[in-house]
Design a protein around this ligand. Sequence first.
Ligand code: EPZ
Length: 429
Amino acid sequence: MSSIKIIGGNKIKGEVLISGAKNSSMPIIIASILTNEQSILSNVPYVSDVTTLISLLTGAGSHITVIGEGGISKSLKIQTKNLNFDGEISLEASKIRASILLVGPALARNGHVKLLKPGGCNIGERKIDIHISGMKALGAEIIENNNYLELTTNGKKLKGAVIEMPSVSVGATENLLMAASLAEGETILKNVAIEPEIMDLIDFLNKMGAKITQEGERIFKIIGVDSLSGVSHEIIPDRIEGLTYGMLACATGGEVVLKNISRKYLGGGFEEIEKCGIAFEDLPSDYKFGSVRCYLKTGKINPISIETGAFPGFATDLQPQLSVLMLLAGGTSKITENIFENRFQHITYLEKMGANIAFEDSKTIVIHNSSELNGSVVEGTDLRACAALIMVGLIAKGETILRNAESVDRGYYHFVKNIANCGGKISRV
Ligand code: EPZ
């Protein structure tokens, strides 16, 4: 178990190179197995979720070459001539939630998949009922195994269908987009998620030869094709990483220039964060995706009240970080977490450090201005909670030790190094 030591009090000032989006890379790397031709993906963040996925797919028969470039993001050459998911997927599959996304492509390609049941994780039960009912609607059937997830198409091709998802799910939308791309006939998906990472996946699939169109705000139509081709694709920048650094720097009274990202890639929360008093100003840039400066407009942080929700709502992946920023706001804020049932685990540690926070109910916290924050020993529970606890360690008095800090590496590459380079007193212990 690795720990991170933070000494509070320094302003974070400098620049950070933002990597490609983790939550775009995962589905797109998996979508590349829908063809036996080679694809080349660039701006792929080399975070541990991605390296775990690379070793998992290599174990299932993919040939993946990692080409190092610019350090934080890499290019991947992927070719999957033979794909063998009939066996048990290594234990690695249960390490990453995104392994559930292998179901659609494996059924489309092999007509069969057998996975160790993808683990839930700290932030919630992470159900997969919408994934499964969607695959059944496309003609797959589940083979009841106690601790495996096994589905088969009984030797037939998946068949297009009209599928209305009971609630908006990023992963289920991605899974069904991939499965329907190679199904026979037309599929209509209703009540879909429309995160930028999903639009990036659709862009990649259509480049491969899929026929996916958006027929309404939350309606996708997919006309199945016989085969898909290998293509090149550059992953969009990581909006969650960018907004995390923006809030973190401003919470310390500093500012940060984010490189290889710009305002238009910051969707899903940055308007609300602007209301807190943080400015996002695009700068001239020699980076493909631009540069943006994040700074406090008036030096003050304003209280806001938000509810997390599916895009274009406020991203749940920014909720822990916002809860820390609101400790410094001049007034009372309110945050309601609608997406995951257990994503407030960082609150007990904020309270331990002196935060004045109350639960209005299990989904809603009320945050009061908390000027007396003192360093403490705290535990990381999930990758965004780790980012939030590092953020509060940077503004608290004295020393904070974040234990179980490895989950920060799942979603942020060089997080400690970037913060240290911008003046933060932070190190791994
Ligand atoms: C994706 O998770 C992201 N992960 C999450 O990012 C993100 O928080 C989440 O979308 C919401 O935006 C990746 O893209 C790899 P969901 P996913 O299916 O697909 C329920 C991070 O920090 N649900 O949209 O698992 C589910 O329990 C991670 O980078 C069902 O009930 O999220 C949850 O309450 C955390 N049945 C809600 O829907 C299902 O079949 C949203 O889940 C599927 C989901």
